[in-house]
Design a protein around this ligand. Structure first.
Ligand code: MN
Ligand code: MN
Length: 298
């Protein structure tokens, strides 16, 4: 089972300008084949379906704990899309076509279906698909797939970074390049323990350091590329059987932290009357409060 915190992985900047087509590009990092919905669901199903989890506990623990981190990445990318879409349109009478910017935006679903928020689809609006999940039951194949999946995720993040200068999108991508780098190494080390093959010699894929991306530098400097979290106060501690020794990219010592990172405040969105969202006015809210008080006999 899962425990939830009303926190975001990092503090996302809230710029005064929107970039609706950046939001459309960032959708690929959420609902694309190599997006966070895919990493989450691949590791989640591999952990649900794991055979002999006691005998192979370090491998189970690493897949299960990274699942929890990916849940937070789905959340972070979704909030990034929401902030890229903040202040695209403004309230107005229907006859003034207040949603007109949505007509020329790349992704019309953002205006028609979700009131200018995220959606588990890719950058072309195609739904995220369950058959992006590989849960073969063969542990070497699954670890190799996860290594490949994280390298694909890194490639797409780097390309979306190069497509947009929106500060929220770049902050999120800088952080996720660093965290994804730890997952690439985790699966590489799991493969080495299982088979003796050192796939870290292929890294980085693509062949460009995280530090080439401005927003990744501070997360690298904080040492976040050396840390894996257990995401649990009590469980998944055998990840240290895999996550130990020097970081193959930098030589710095790898470290396991029990529990979850502190996180940052959750973002909130203003109302969008032109989208009828949330559809509860201040007057409605006061009437609801009065009714609740009456019902409680106050
Ligand atoms: Mn991720
Ligand atoms: Mn990952």
């Amino acid at each position: 089972m899962f425990k939830r915190y009303d926190r975001l992985a990092i503090d996302l900047p809230k710029p005064k300008f929107a970039d609706p087509n950046a939001a459309a590009a960032v959708q690929e990092l959420l609902g694309g084949r190599f997006g966070e919905m895919s990493t989450l669901n691949n590791y989640m199903y591999q952990s649900f379906n794991f055979r002999q989890r006691k005998k192979l506990k370090p491998f189970y623990d690493i897949v299960a704990s990274i699942t929890a981190e990916e849940f937070g990445h789905v959340e972070l990318v979704s909030h990034t899309i929401n902030l890229c879409l903040d202040r695209v349109t403004f309230p107005g009478d229907p006859d003034t076509a207040p949603l007109q910017p949505g007509k020329d935006a790349r992704m019309s679903y953002h205006y028609i279906a979700t009131a200018q928020t995220s959606f588990p689809v890719d950058s072309q609006g195609s739904p995220w698909r369950g058959d992006y999940v590989v849960s073969s039951g063969n542990i070497v194949f699954d670890m190799l797939h996860n290594f490949f999946l994280e390298c694909g995720a890194r490639t797409h993040k780097m390309r979306v970074y190069e497509m947009t200068s929106h500060p929220t999108a770049r902050e999120m991508i800088g952080y996720l390049l660093v965290r994804g780098g730890t997952h690439i190494i985790a699966y590489a080390k799991a493969l080495e323990i299982l088979t003796g093959a050192d796939v870290t010699k292929m890294l980085p894929i693509p062949n460009l350091d995280n530090r080439a991306f401005e927003t990744a530098v501070k997360y690298e400097n904080k040492g976040l590329s050396n840390i894996l979290y257990t995401w649990s106060e009590t469980d998944y501690r055998d990840i240290d059987k895999i996550w130990n020794g020097p970081n193959p990219m930098t030589g710095e010592p790898l470290q396991v932290i029990i529990g979850a990172p502190e996180g940052a405040p959750m973002t909130d969105l203003e109302d969008r009357p032109e989208e009828f969202a949330p559809g509860v006015s201040y007057e409605d809210f006061m009437e609801i409060a009065r009714r609740l008080q009456r019902n409680a006999g106050l």
